[in-house]
Design a protein around this ligand. Structure first.
Ligand code: UD1
Ligand code: CA
Length: 464
């Protein structure tokens, strides 16, 4: 949006500890849909076009800084003395003037639309402060918005300070506000900790504006969900459920088939093509991209992975892996990082592949480990093939040409190359190159000792 030359910046409050969460990490690092709450808030600011972001941090700041972008400016609040005190830590940023949006790091659903709609109202009404409010059915725990008979905002009262009548108010303070930065800096010097919690409440700034004859307004969010916060694990679970359903609905609207969403969790960055069927127990995270006409699940876990059109992944794991079109993976297979499978590939049960490429139409059907390998197309792996890629110190690559046939229970000890169309006999240990078209057989020749049992075993089964 056009904001003229006015400076717009954000202060996100994130110094709270995890006391009510019973966490040993800062509360704002608790995750909603696998993303720390503070990161949701930062992303909303950037989506709103607010690029200058200040974060008020408390203890364990290293952990916090890992969760947000390094472009943020950090201010430390050494002791938790309330939200008003926390904002004061960013006094240096406020002194630069302009309009500041203050946000709670534990309210992840604030979005760009709300931030900008509230800003528009803030500017139009020429307010010193505009608080984002919402009407919610269960307001317990939130600050309540007080209004006069004409509907003008007159103050905010915290749950712990509210009388019985005030507790019945269902319009709540979201913890998001636009302020005139210079006014805010001055007002923060005047608030006191004279309340039930003995804290410096940011909310008291609203009363100061009115006392000074300045304007205070309330922007009521049409979707009350944007205002929800989490102080404990129960609330966090509620937020997770809302976020999860939102993502599922988004994919349903895009033509993805999710007949039963039990245990289905789809992260925000995931894309899924139309007519793909997602079955129960499927978790799709990170930068995962699923094509059209796939079947994913049941009970599959994909992180940062790509699946081509028409591919089936059944009860399997993929992390940072790629599979092309019309392939099948699973049940019970694991594709580990840097695995790239071609089109029409078949990966069966109890197969693990790591840091390897597998060509088109290759079949690895059962009980096999392939690590650090380049495998051609149309190869066939028998049951129980193992690449011994690690000697305890170093890792080595195996290279297998197109149409090679790897017999059951072959051990491959790299560095080694198996040529195009070569065969390995069942039970062979391959530790030298196999030329194209050759057969490698390396196993102890079978011996047969006639009547061995009669000579050695008595009738009760014991040895003679
Ligand atoms: C706050 C508001 C309440 C509002 C609610 C919305 C005040 C006094 N109350 O209450 O009106 O309805 O948010 O969710 O502002 N923080 C610090 N330093 C501190 C205290 C808190 O950085 O000293 C941070 C926390 O990490 C958190 C945010 O500020 O991200 C809000 O603090 P919290 O204690 O959760 O406030 P609420 O009781 O939820
Ligand atoms: Ca809170």
């Amino acid at each position: 949006m056009t904001t003229g030359d006015r400076r717009r910046f954000a202060v996100i409050l994130a110094a709270g500890d995890g006391k009510r969460m019973k966490s040993d990490r800062p509360k704002v690092l608790c995750e909603v849909l696998f993303k720390p709450m503070i990161r949701w808030v930062e992303d909303a600011c950037r989506a709103a076009g607010v690029e200058e972001i200040c974060i008020v941090e408390g203890d364990q700041s290293e952990l916090l800084r890992q969760a947000v972008s390094p472009a943020c400016t950090f201010y430390r609040q050494a002791q938790r003395r309330g939200t008003g005190h926390a904002v004061r830590m960013a006094a240096e940023a406020l002194a630069g003037g302009g309009d500041v949006v203050v946000l709670n790091g534990d309210s992840p659903f604030i979005d760009a639309q709300t931030i900008n709609a509230a800003y528009r109202q803030h500017r139009e009404e020429q307010n010193a402060v505009t608080v984002v409010t919402a009407h919610i059915a269960a307001p317990f725990g939130y600050g309540r918005i007080l209004r006069d008979s004409a509907g003008a905002v007159t103050g905010i009262v915290e749950e712990k300070d509210a009388d019985t009548e005030q507790k019945r108010i269902t319009e709540i303070n979201s913890g998001a506000y636009w302020f005139d930065a210079v006014f805010l800096a001055g007002a923060l010097e005047r608030i006191t900790a004279n309340n039930a919690q003995g804290e410096y409440y940011l909310t008291d700034v609203l009363g100061i504006a009115l006392t000074d004859g300045l304007r205070a307004g309330g922007y009521t969010a049409p979707d009350s969900n944007v205002t929800l916060g989490a102080n404990d694990r129960r609330a966090l679970k509620t937020l997770n459920e809302i976020a999860r359903q939102r993502e599922i609905d988004r994919h349903l609207d895009e033509g993805v088939d999710i007949p039963c969403d039990d245990g289905v969790v789809i992260g925000k960055g995931v894309t899924i093509g139309h007519d793909t069927l997602i079955l129960p127990g499927t978790i799709l995270l990170g930068n995962t991209k699923i094509g059209a006409h796939c079947v994913i699940g049941p009970n599959s876990y994909l992180v940062d992975s790509t699946v081509g059109n028409g591919t089936r992944v059944n009860a399997s794991y993929m992390t940072n892996a790629f599979v092309g079109e019309n392939s099948t993976i699973g049940p019970f297979a694991q594709m580990r990082p840097n695995t790239s499978l071609g089109n029409g590939v078949k990966i069966g049960d109890f197969v693990e592949i790591k840091n390897s490429t597998i060509g088109d139409k290759t079949s690895v059907a059962h009980l096999t480990y392939i690590g650090d390998s380049d495998v051609g197309s149309q190869c066939n792996f028998g049951c129980g093939v193992v690449t011994a890629n690690y000697d305890g110190c170093h890792k080595y690559r195996t290279v297998i040409g197109d149409r090679a046939f790897i017999g059951c229970n072959t051990n491959i000890i790299p560095p080694v190359q198996i040529g195009e169309g070569a065969y390995t006999a069942a039970g062979t240990t391959v530790d030298e190159d196999v030329p194209a078209g050759a057969l490698a057989i390396g196993r102890v020749r079978q011996q047969v000792r006639e009547e061995w049992a009669a000579k050695n075993i008595n009738f009760k089964g014991g040895k003679k």
